[in-house]
Design a protein around this ligand. Structure first.
Ligand SMILES: [Zn+2]
Length: 192
């Protein structure tokens, strides 16, 4: 058995041994949702003070407002009663390190894990790639503040999202653990 599989199942046995959350209702008790990146350094339960049953956490690469993230948010509001949403991207996000073109090029040469250095991304091996990557919107990030603004705007202006839901835009700083607010409009000059 894989070591990771063993570790996860062991951890789960310990969690279940003292489990006392059986009576939580399905709707999030604190009526809010967070859309954030899948980055392993981010733990929304810790950085936002969540316990089981408190809030919805929707995660994907970048914490982007993809169609699927919006699907989850709409369900979160329409069927499960959340009333406030957060979009939280973060510093040093991997999504800033490539473009859709780089990703589809890498995938068309090989499916194996690529490596990165000062010159950018490189494939380890040629062969057995697929051109399918060209058909996926990878939702990479060029400018962190702008990506938060774009996603807040996309969510707020979506026809399935009621206009009165506050959508807060923040950047989580992986060096300090702090959430930094992103203002709604870009600074006029000298910025980014
Ligand atoms: Zn990230």
């Amino acid at each position: 058995m894989s070591q990771i599989l063993n570790e996860v199942l062991d951890a789960n046995r310990q969690y279940a041994d003292s489990f006392d959350k059986a009576d939580l209702p399905m709707p999030p008790g604190r009526q809010f949702a967070i859309l954030t990146c899948m980055d392993a350094r981010l733990d929304p339960a810790k950085y936002a003070g969540l316990a089981e049953g408190d809030a919805h956490v929707i995660r994907n690469a970048g914490g982007r407002a993809s169609d699927d993230a919006i699907r989850s948010l709409v369900i979160s509001y329409k069927l499960l009663g959340t009333r406030e949403w957060f979009v939280i991207h973060h510093t040093d996000c991997g999504m800033e390190t490539f473009t859709s073109e780089i990703m589809s090029d890498l995938l068309s040469s090989s499916l194996k894990t690529a490596s990165v250095d000062a010159d950018g991304w490189h494939d380890c091996c040629e062969g057995n790639g697929s051109a399918e990557g060209q058909h996926i919107a990878w939702l990479t990030i060029k400018n962190l503040e702008q990506s938060v603004r774009d996603d807040v705007e996309r969510i707020k202006s979506h026809p399935l999202v009621p206009g009165d839901i506050p959508v807060y835009g923040y950047i989580y700083d992986v060096k300090s653990g702090k959430l930094i607010e992103v203002s709604e409009t870009a600074k006029k000059s000298g910025c980014c």
